[in-house]
Design a protein around this ligand. Structure first.
Ligand SMILES: C[S@@+](CC[C@H](N)C(=O)[O-])C[C@H]1O[C@@H](n2cnc3c(N)ncnc32)[C@H](O)[C@@H]1O
Length: 415
């Protein structure tokens, strides 16, 4: 599928929409999303070599194609054709739904037996949201995004589809309703090189115990979902128990996180395979130390992720206190020490808040080697991204976005 075809050429003809399979219609819908969905701002890492895959399906093209994409995107005729096509698609899906709900006709009779047909409700929802975007009435509305990440050698590929919901304008706390560039950058780096994140042990690793993964401030859940799906593809985790726990504290953010996870993993048992699970839970960093710890946080975590979760003065302190209670202590884990992987954007408007990471977490040289184990910065890396994307989120047009990637672990950790 190339997104550089205009909708009038690419989409199945409106008059014949009913004769196409659900899979073909889904493909067409994905194509339109590719074309009209804004990219997550600051999620394109600058690199020396071209990426095997780009993060979002809509960017599965070389960066030079941007201009061509903009031409199609801004063509009013193509846009109005897409609106008509989406309206016809929604009407057709509703007809199929009604027929199948009435029980008069089975799905097979409709000639639509693909498993995806059971998700028609979800497809209608995506089409409606896309329609609103094409019609220009959903500047900050619900968006379903398709992300694709690949390993450097092109051998591994992880896809995740998730929904951003509208930000609640009266509530600054609902920022996690949308996917941020930091999550895209972190997810991409994890898939590129899982070992770097403690996620690819060789099969003869003596540590065959369960792997506990935690995400703090998971928002829409991109990192947790990508990690869950990635671990499912790694042979070294075939028979190893894996638990991924995605957490957040804001009610509407948490509800959206659950819905994104449930769209990929059945809600009944949260098991992605017999040994791998992903669950979503409430965790408020500010009250972690003063409230009883729930069961779902009772085990020590081996790998902890955080993307764009330091933007208020107290965040780093609260998060450190959570980590002290949640990360596996070095004495429990010799071969693979627990690490917290943190990616934060260095927003010019939040320099103080960002700097708190380095005042709260010390460096190895500042820690008494004979004292109690403390959480320290094991390494720091700068990541530059092109600004492309949704300019409504903080920085100005055309500015690059810089991220800091910190590895934080116990002071007596040997990496
Ligand atoms: C900027 S968003 C980043 C979301 C996601 N990690 C991403 O990069 O797309 C910050 C996240 O931290 C969460 N958060 C903020 N304060 C929190 C707290 N006290 N406890 C738990 N989560 C919190 C928000 O709800 C939100 O999901």
């Amino acid at each position: 599928m190339s997104v550089l075809c205009p909708p009038t050429t690419y989409l199945p003809p409106i008059a014949k929409i009913a004769s196409f399979s659900v899979t073909q219609l889904l493909d067409a819908l994905t194509y339109l999303q590719s074309l009209y969905h804004p990219e997550v701002r600051g999620s394109r890492r600058k690199r020396v070599q071209a990426p095997v895959y780009n993060r979002e399906q809509n960017l599965r093209l070389c960066y030079e194609d941007d201009n061509e994409l903009q031409v199609i995107r801004s063509d009013a005729f193509e846009r109005s054709y897409s609106i008509r096509w989406l309206t016809a698609l929604i009407a057709q899906l509703e007809v199929w739904q009604d027929l199948s709900h009435s029980g008069e006709v089975s799905l097979d009779d409709l000639g639509k037996p693909e498993p995806t047909f059971v998700h028609t409700e979800m497809i209608v929802q995506q089409a409606v949201s896309l329609l609103a975007i094409c019609a220009g009435v959903a500047a900050a509305g619900m968006i379903t995004r398709n992300f694709i990440f690949g390993s450097i050698d092109g051998q591994r590929r992880v896809e995740a589809q998730l929904t951003d919901i509208p930000l609640d304008n009266d509530d600054y706390g609902s920022v996690g309703a949308q996917t941020w560039g930091g999550a895209c950058v972190l997810a991409e780096m994890i898939v590129e090189d899982p070992e770097r994140f403690g996620l690819d042990f060789s099969s003869d690793d003596p540590e065959s115990r369960r792997l506990n993964v935690l995400e703090l401030g998971a928002g829409t859940g991109l990192v947790s979902l990508v990690v869950t799906k990635l671990l499912d593809t790694l042979p070294s985790f075939n028979h190893r128990e894996v638990s991924v726990v995605a957490t957040d504290f804001h009610p509407s953010v948490l509800a959206n996180l659950r819905s994104n996870v449930n769209a990929i993993v059945p809600s009944t048992d949260n098991q992605i395979t017999s040994t791998h699970s992903i669950t979503t839970h409430f965790l408020d960093w500010s009250s972690f130390s003063t409230t009883p710890r729930p069961n779902y946080l009772s085990y020590p975590f081996d790998v902890v992720f955080g993307a764009d979760i330091i933007y208020e003065a107290q965040h780093a302190v609260w998060i450190r206190d959570c980590l002290k209670g949640l990360m596996r202590r070095p004495s429990d884990s010799i071969v693979s020490p627990a690490v917290f992987h943190l990616v934060i954007p260095l927003r010019p408007t939040h320099t103080f808040e960002s700097s708190t990471v380095e005042s709260v977490f010390l460096k190895a040289c500042d820690v008494d080697p004979n004292g109690d184990a403390d959480l320290i910065i094991l390494s720091k890396e700068s990541i530059m991204c092109d600004a492309h994307g949704d300019y409504t989120r903080g920085q100005g047009l055309g500015e690059d976005v810089e991220y800091a990637y910190y590895k934080i672990g116990w002071s007596n950790t040997r990496l």
